[in-house]
Design a protein around this ligand. Sequence first.
Ligand code: GLU
Length: 372
Amino acid sequence: MKTSLQKIVKSRRVVIKVGTSLLSDSKMNLDRKSLSSVVENVLVARKMGKSAVLVTSGAVGAGMGKLGLKTRPKTSLEKQICAAVGQSLLMHEYERIFSESGVVTAQVLLTRNDIEDRRKHQNVRKVIEGLLEKNVLPIVNENDVVADDEIKFGDNDTLSGLVAEIIDAESLIILTDVDGLYDSIESKKIIPVVADIDSRLYEIAGGAGGENSVGGMITKLKVAEKMTRAGRITVIASGKRSDAVKKILSGENVGTLFLPSKKRIEARKRWIADQLISRGKIIVDAGAANALKNRGGSLLPKGIKGVSGSFVAGSPVEIVDESDLKIAQGLSAYSSRELGRIKGIRSDKIESVLGYTRGEEAIHRDNLVVFK
Ligand code: GLU
């Protein structure tokens, strides 16, 4: 715990994420007071010598306010329209407030496509790093105007975790409208430190947040889990306090702190598990599920019961057990059509069925990440 707090204090790069519920008032107009508090928090991080990146939601919300919508739009098109209106309002406000402190801001809008491929991902990293070198504050949001459901991150909690990964930030601070993770809704007692994110915690986290927020505690937990696997720190705290970041970066335990996991996963495997969108599903039998989970094995065609989705060889796919529980994610050596033909057979029979072989394993263990 102590060392983690020190790690936060020492971190060079920090990603600060703020959500819609924090930034909007009841009519879904940008809440200037909250915005100022967010700005305070970011300025403090910079004053403390950190390279800070702000990931901000609020575009759809601000667009709703401007267009007079009372409830969050249901269709993608309506959301895109609101985002197109709201993103510029959001940036305008940030630019206005930050410039009062002499801080130059930059708008960075991303879709999943922009980071999925390694070359593009490095490009995004270079741009963000270039901005930081020039002491400019990158303000990141999803490019909602062009992101349809296929290429969406879906929520900015997930996006903020990916940004932390891309720029190798040691810590992620998620500022929200609650004080942290409560141990139960009734008691409203904050869990100060989480060493291990387990299923009990997911139960506590419950459903999504309010009707105008996209991620909820569950999404935040998932992000924290990915961060901890990478040896990074996550803090969930209230952004209504303008001193939250100052305290956190000074080593005070504010909100809920998620400690880095002892079971780290190497960068390439994190890439497979956390950044790639799965293109299909492979359903495996109990024997294969057990081998994957407990024996560190590869996935062989023999253990495959079914395949869903249509994907080419080399695609990221989910591996689920017979009750549809996701147990792993990996890069499939075979296409969905090929797997459909070789499922259930022994590996030495692959060639006689297909007329060729791409290897004994459907997914080699080097290309596989098992979730325990
Ligand atoms: N990108 C969306 C917006 O700016 C928000 C997504 C989220 O809140 O997680 O409105």
